[in-house]
Design a protein around this ligand. Structure first.
Ligand code: PLP
Length: 437
């Protein structure tokens, strides 16, 4: 039977270029023509599609936004109170001062805070303030940091400069060619690549931008090495905590790895599904906000700070990060065990709260698509990644891992008989950025 969500998505593709507002929510990235695509309700880790079918979300939990779970009662209560008392006025909301104090308490090196509402936007703000503070233009970076010009400028030099930084194929059309040479990529754990940028005339860097951790653990000496280079050059070290933050502890992952930046940027999980982002930093850099114009009306609304305060208080009180770590480890172990039982070759990676695996076969993407298809039929939203939420209960983990066991056995048989493509009821899922036909 035709899914209502797929019908709606076909309409969306005609009226919304690219179909969705976030590449990672494109149905083609999961299961083309079969992904439920839209939700009518989400609560805890359960999601209902437009036809009323219920799924357990064992995939991205709102692409990393809902660290507590969907529709968390405490956060939603704080949001309702903010709405009831007026989410906007000509005066400012006091919550933004309270939140600034909390963020500085959680990150004792930070002295000042500014806000935005989205991760990429907050990243662009951080790069702007670093450029304003140093009077320099060029930025060295590692990893994915959003859609803004400062970042996509890296692909002006070669359209594959950003490949290997999480999302391949990001096109820089519309980014001014004048920005060529201003964004210089290096790979995580490759200090020699950052050194090479510096030796090739990059000693005038405004900033070094990176995530403290994403897919792999830092090698000994890597983070201290980056810190040393930034200090030597007088460049602002900016830690991107948009995805890593609030997973390993109540605060940024950089605290866990003992690296002290000048600026850190938070979004996503800090407000459990409501738009909110923060840029925190040392006074010497943050004072440059007085000399560059950075200002926006909806950065002053009340829902975001109210949601963030409720999220972070609950996060700290219930030691949410500890649970995320435990659940993530169980999932990683479960994937490994299920693969071993089925005789499938997989590689598991990521910090446990943001886990992922890959099938070690030439047609890995087709196999991954088949995995999503089988799991969807068993009532799970699943891909090759698992983002842990506090709302994931042992019974969700157990039923999911049982389904993974069965799926891996089925996949192993299909691989052995070269029947993966025949088994697929949908086209193979896309990876990275593509133009939609
Ligand atoms: C490390 C990192 N930085 C920035 C962003 C962009 O954040 P947003 O999608 O909220 O603009 C993301 C999103 O996935 C991210 O993972």
């Amino acid at each position: 039977m035709e899914l209502t969500g797929q019908n709606l998505y076909r309409k969306a593709r005609r009226i919304i270029p690219g179909g969705t507002q976030l590449l990672s929510k494109r149905p083609e990235m999961f299961l083309p023509e079969r992904w439920p695509s839209y939700y009518s309700k989400a609560q805890g880790v359960e999601v209902w599609d437009l036809d009323g079918r219920k799924y357990i979300d064992m995939s991205y939990m709102g692409i990393g936004a809902c660290v507590l779970g969907y529709a968390d009662p405490e956060v939603d209560g704080a949001v309702r109170a903010a709405v009831d008392s007026g989410s906007m006025s000509t005066l400012n909301c006091p919550e933004e001062v309270e939140l600034a104090e909390l963020l500085c308490e959680l990150h004792p090196w930070a002295e000042k805070v500014r806000y935005a509402r989205c991760g990429g936007e907050a990243r662009a703000v951080a790069v702007r303030v670093a450029r304003a503070a140093t009077g320099r233009d060029r930025v060295a970076f590692c990893g994915y940091h959003g859609w803004h010009d400062w970042y996509l400028a890296a692909n002006l030099a070669s359209d594959s400069a950003l490949d290997g930084h999480l999302l391949p194929g990001l096109q820089p059309a519309g980014v001014p060619r004048g920005l060529l040479g201003t964004a210089l990529p290096f790979r995580y754990n490759h200090l020699e690549e950052l050194e090479a940028i510096v030796s090739a005339g990059g000693s005038d860097l405004a900033a070094i931008v990176m995530e403290p951790i994403r897919n792999i653990e830092p090698q000994p000496g890597f983070l201290p090495g980056v810190r040393e280079i930034a200090s030597r050059l007088g460049a602002v070290l900016i830690m991107d905590e948009v995805s890593a933050g609030w997973r390993l502890r109540t605060g940024g992952a950089h605290l866990q790895y003992d690296v002290v930046p000048e600026v850190a940027v938070f979004a996503k999980a800090m407000s459990n599904g409501y738009p909110m982002a923060a840029i925190i930093g040392v006074a010497g850099v943050m004072e440059a906000f007085q000399s560059t114009f950075v200002s926006s009306t909806y950065w002053t609304e009340r829902v975001g700070p109210a949601a963030a305060l409720a999220t972070l208080h609950k996060h700290r009180r219930l030691e949410v990060a500890r649970r995320l770590m435990d659940t993530g480890k169980q999932i990683q172990d479960g994937w490994r065990a299920a693969a071993a039982h089925a005789g499938l070759a997989i590689t598991v990676g990521g910090m446990p709260p943001l886990s992922h695996f890959s099938f070690d076969y030439g047609d890995a993407q087709a196999i991954r698509t088949l995995f999503t298809e089988i799991l969807l039929d068993k009532g799970f939203l699943a891909s090759n990644a698992f983002y842990a939420a506090y709302a994931h209960q042992p019974e969700h983990v157990a039923s999911y891992l049982q389904a993974v066991e069965e799926a891996f056995r089925e996949i192993a048989r299909a691989v052995e008989r070269h029947e993966v493509m025949q088994r697929l009821k949908a086209p193979v899922a896309q990876t990275g950025f593509h133009r939609l036909a």
